[in-house]
Design a binder for this molecule. Structure first.
Ligand code: NDP
Ligand code: MG
Length: 412
């Protein structure tokens, strides 16, 4: 990304102090990534002193009690709750602390726009797009966990980056791994980037099993503990499809240079193969606190509370090709990546609606792929260029309405 070289020069030659003094805003602090981020911050304060990693702002959507407890523990200047019905509770919970309280969607975007060195974008879904763009516009360092905003608006996001001095450090484990392997070099001599997929809880299940899978079974991921939406995406392999599109935009890699391998142990996170036959891999225990700590301290490294890799205990590393017949979402995402234009926006919006309908028991597990496929084929604008934020937001809205209609038909 554009200003990575400048950021690297600024911090590489110095000791850790300037890195630890960088202030952090955490968008989506009450979620799985948000909690892990605050754990990394708490660990840094224990390891390096209470002054480490001052927190500017934290935001949540509905879990106001969790937000209050987090604010009292990490002492940000500002805490924001997206759902403004919780404003009174937030204000009362923070009384006497000196921490500012705010509520509503606009306040979340303002929190991202407020002065801090790093913004961790850990909101779920395309709802992260405008807050992430607000951080980019003021040239913050953006630690990007959210993938839906890149899938929905990769071109718009890329142009916003080119027009600012912002740097993006990917947090999604596979992309953080690719970022580390590339180490600032261009991807020009790269022949292929392979992202690994655990295969999720239904890796070895039959289509008959999957047809009757419950939300509880789908979110019970074998290796990672994550929010409900991404857990379902892992079970359908849509998560890996979204990640291919994310890598396509983040590293400017054409679709034919991107590949997926199922790797049940989730130890190798990426493989980068070069034109001379070299393949470099990135390994770590499956614990998001590792890429989070890397992103918060880049280009230095800090002590992190994450699990350590014990290869002797793991014993074996296995790899196999994904099964496109059982996991149709992966192929749908690959097709949308090749189509480009608004197809990834529509794919992402339809998937968000379908996953929500599945989690609320309105459609079956295998219907998720059906909803995404039918929404894409019913969308006349899949081939329209995704040039502007307004165009992307309008397509996202229309795709959600279409997908709702397909969900309703799926149960009738
Ligand atoms: P969670 O569902 O656990 O947390 C989501 C966070 O976003 C919560 O703080 C939630 O608030 C907030 N939020 C939800 N909806 C909105 C909204 N409309 N506007 C503002 N804030 C909102 O998700 P995860 O932490 O699992 O994932 C976050 C992002 O990171 C996703 O894009 C995911 O794909 C990506 N990611 C996650 C990984 C993981 O291991 N979990 C790994 C790699 C990427 P509240 O708690 O109040 O509802
Ligand atoms: Mg990932």
């Amino acid at each position: 990304m554009n200003s990575l070289a400048a950021t690297r020069r600024l911090f590489e030659a110095t000791d850790l102090e300037p890195v630890l003094a960088r202030s952090v805003t955490v968008l989506g602090s009450t979620g799985s990534i948000g909690v892990s981020t605050l754990d990394v911050v708490a660990h840094a304060r224990k390891a390096y002193g209470e002054h480490a990693m001052p927190v500017e702002a934290i935001t949540a959507q509905g879990r106001v009690d969790d937000l209050i407890a987090q604010a009292r523990a990490v002492r940000p200047r500002l805490a924001v709750i997206g759902d403004d019905r919780h404003y009174a509770a937030l204000k009362e919970g923070l009384a006497g602390t000196g921490i500012e309280a705010a509520a509503g969607r606009a306040a979340i975007i303002e929190a991202a726009a407020r002065n801090s060195d790093t913004v961790m974008v850990a909101i779920m879904g395309a709802a992260a797009l405008e807050p992430a763009l607000a951080a980019v516009a003021r040239s913050a360092t953006v630690a990007l966990a959210n993938k839906e905003c890149i899938v929905a608006a990769g071109g718009v996001f890329g142009r916003a980056l080119a027009n600012s001095a912002a740097a993006v450090i990917p947090v999604d484990s596979e992309h953080n791994a690719v970022f580390q392997v590339l180490n600032g070099e261009s991807a020009k001599e790269v022949e292929k980037v392979t992202l690994t997929a655990s295969g999720g809880p239904f890796r070895d299940k039959t289509l008959q099993d999957m047809a009757v899978a419950t939300p509880e079974q789908a979110v019970a991921h074998p290796n990672w503990s994550m929010g409900a939406k991404i857990s379902v995406d892992s079970a359908t392999l849509m998560n890996k499809g979204l990640e291919l599109i994310e890598a396509h935009f983040l590293f400017a890699l054409p679709p034919e240079k991107l590949d997926v391998l199922v790797h049940p142990q989730s130890i190798v996170h990426c493989l980068v193969s070069y034109e001379d036959g070299t393949t470099l891999a990135h390994l770590s225990a499956p614990d998001m606190r590792t890429p989070i700590a890397h992103a918060l301290a880049w280009p230095r490294r800090i002590s992190s509370p994450s699990r350590r890799l014990d290869l002797a205990a793991v014993g074996q590393l296995n790899f196999r090709k994904p099964d496109h017949e059982r996991f149709r979402c992966l192929g749908l995402a690959m097709q949308a990546m090749r189509t480009g234009a608004l197809a990834p926006t529509i794919l992402n919006a339809a998937n968000e609606i379908a996953v929500d309908a599945f989690l609320n028991r309105r459609i079956g597990f295998l219907d998720i792929a059906r909803v995404v496929e039918e929404t894409l084929s019913e969308s006349p604008e899949a081939n329209t260029p995704a040039d502007t934020l307004d165009g992307v937001l309008a397509a996202d809205k229309r795709a959600r309405e279409l997908a709702e209609g397909v969900c309703r038909r799926a149960v009738n």
